[in-house]
Design a protein around this ligand. Sequence first.
Ligand SMILES: [Zn+2]
Length: 253
Amino acid sequence: MKVTFLGTGTSQGIPIIGSDHPVCLSSNPKDKRLRVSILVEWNSLALVVDCGPDFRYQMLRARCTKIDGILFTHEHSDHVMGFDDIRPFYFKQGDIPIYGHKRVIKSLKKKFDYVFETKNKYPGAPSVVVNKIKNQPFSIGNKKVIPINVKHGKLQVFGFRFDDFVYLTDVKTVKTKEFEKLKNVKVLVVDALRIKPHYSHFNLEEALEFIKIVNPVKAYLTHISHLLGFHDEVEKRLPENVFLAYDELQITI
Ligand SMILES: [Zn+2]
């Protein structure tokens, strides 16, 4: 299984428009981060987690020519606003399967009403197959996906386990019961927004504590803001099995 980090930045991305913060001005490509998303691929199956405002460019950059489904963690703009750009996939493949909590689907229907239109639909609009998911394992093709229920401040968010890989973004709290699903994880991805605490995201310290408890072989941090610091400097200070993810990083599990 191959995972490509399509984006590893927080909601505004890095650099932030108009910012003169040193991290935003950095010339290191690893300090340039599009909005968070990953592409998970097996031999004949390709899934995308989230579909933020950078989706079009991310698909071009990753040379992704086919997707078998989009899984949504939650409905915040940095995770859904690229939804219209599924059109090229729809034109080629037909209705695109999407997976999300019923609240997320409701929000997509509000934001992108024309996609879900049944009468007099505009011919250029894409169509989807809606799969409402609960906190219960489900299958896509021959792959089992285990949702992990977490909290992003007060908002419910789903993380996902595929084989021995777990992707959790926009997390602040995880109930003890959910840790069962994190046993024997080889690679864990979790958000680490910045150094200072934040009401709805792990900061670096909380992310590292969480990683210690889950105890994966390797962990990668994502949903990074410029306030975490320069990629190369932050990475030097991390435990030896923890890394900062960066855009276009590919890992094989
Ligand atoms: Zn987010």
